[in-house]
Design a protein around this ligand. Structure first.
Ligand SMILES: Nc1ncnc2c1ncn2[C@@H]1O[C@H](COP(=O)(O)OP(=O)(O)O)[C@@H](O)[C@H]1O
Ligand SMILES: [Mg+2]
Length: 367
């Protein structure tokens, strides 16, 4: 039954609740809650083996969850005895392998689904050409996949999914077979497609750059669970755990103890052995549940660590300097700990003793 527009807008396009999947004797997906809003791009980001593909396969309907529920547009799709078949979920899918038909032309690859759905010839032609323009394959409609590069084949796969105007496009590491240049180009294409067409996407990757670039929200997965579901900025600047801090971007994690809570409980004082005490921002729930003496770590991003001959920070020794074109990456040692800094200015030479000062506004504490 169709819902009034205003009501339909408030229903997540996809909703996963308490999703569980065991494979063999392994709990591969261990209680996942996730909502994807209409027009949103949600990225499932996590290391290999954390359960991303398994989650996507449950959404696609290739496997059923052992526990929990999947709703698509508010409709129970899997769980509690329901199991709507894949072809009735109105999904588009793009996977790592291009999965285009080698014996069909580009046009026919894209037209196939429309023909099966019973569209007339003119409609098929119009829709295929529209989507070919969208993925910049307009000139290649008559070619066969064997005559195309990997990047072009992946565009065909993308066009084939998009042309069906799915409720939700599922991606599983679609760029990982492409070399760096093509990967960036196609990533730009996906961003444009998402922005211009408002296509709703659930996108799986282990590549944090891809996740940060594409996502409206990122779900960081670890061992079958979502550790944080937040905007790219929040995941990067305000990680909820050490795992998230380490997995998204490069983090200096310094282990210490909580020695103070400030008056209105918006910061924690954390003492790091041989480096001093730092005032760190943290999530409110962490601050309120923490106690003086608890272990905690501070997160300092390499670009937030300033190096100078002297100052109010802590003493470090420069171990290595790597010129990366747009910045210098500096490996440091402080009280037996390895740290990294990134700086536009050329740092002092190897073995120099300097002072490292974190930008006080960016120091972040994790439990
Ligand atoms: N059919 C299966 N039987 C047993 N274990 C499986 C099966 N498929 C996947 N797994 C295991 O489940 C875990 C998660 O796999 P997967 O969802 O593919 O992770 P990801 O996509 O995040 O790399 C891995 O440890 C994998 O070895
Ligand atoms: Mg996978």
């Amino acid at each position: 039954m169709a819902l009034p527009a205003s009501e339909a807008d408030t229903i997540p396009r996809l909703n996963l609740s308490r999703l569980v999947k065991r494979l063999g004797d392994k709990l591969v997906v261990n209680g996942i809650d996730l909502a994807v809003d209409p027009g949103e791009c949600v990225v499932l980001l996590g290391p290999s083996g954390c359960g991303k593909t398994t989650t996507l396969r449950m959404v696609a309907g290739f496997i059923d969850p052992d526990e929990g529920e999947i709703h698509i547009e508010g409709r129970l799709t899997a769980g509690r005895g329901a199991s709507i078949p894949t072809e009735r979920r109105q999904l588009g899918m793009v996977f790592q392998s291009y999965a285009v038909w080698p014996h069909k032309s580009v046009f026919d690859n894209i037209a196939f689904g429309l023909k099966v759905a019973g569209h007339d010839r003119d409609t098929v032609k119009r829709k295929v050409h529209q989507v070919l323009e969208l993925v910049q394959l307009g000139a290649l409609a008559g070619r066969f996949p064997g005559e195309l590069s990997g990047g072009q084949q992946q565009r065909v796969a993308l066009a084939r999914a998009v042309v069906m105007e799915p409720n939700l496009l599922l991606f599983d590491e679609p760029l990982s077979n492409l070399d760096a240049g093509l990967r960036e180009e196609l990533r730009g294409e996906l961003q444009r497609l998402h922005a211009d067409k408002g296509i709703t996407m659930l996108y799986v990757t282990h590549d944090q750059q891809e996740a940060l670039a594409l996502a409206d929200r990122i779900a960081v997965m670890n061992a079958g669970r979502i550790e944080q579901f937040d905007s790219p900025e929040a995941v990067y600047r305000r990680p909820r755990s050490r795992f998230v801090a380490n997995f998204v971007g490069t983090a200096n994690l310094l282990e210490g103890r909580i020695v103070a809570k400030d008056g209105n409980a918006s910061r924690l004082g954390i003492e790091i052995d041989d480096c001093g005490t730092f005032l760190a921002k943290a999530n409110r729930d962490f601050i309120s549940s923490s106690r003086i003496g608890d272990r905690a770590a501070i997160v300092i991003r390499p670009e937030d660590l300033d190096l100078a001959p002297e100052g109010s920070g802590f003493a470090v020794t420069i171990k290595e300097v790597t010129f990366l074109g747009d910045c210098y990456e500096v490996s440091l040692e402080a009280a037996g700990k390895r740290l990294r800094a990134r700086t536009r200015r050329r740092p002092a030479a190897r073995d120099a003793k300097v002072v490292a000062t974190p930008d006080p506004e960016t120091i972040w504490a994790v439990p």
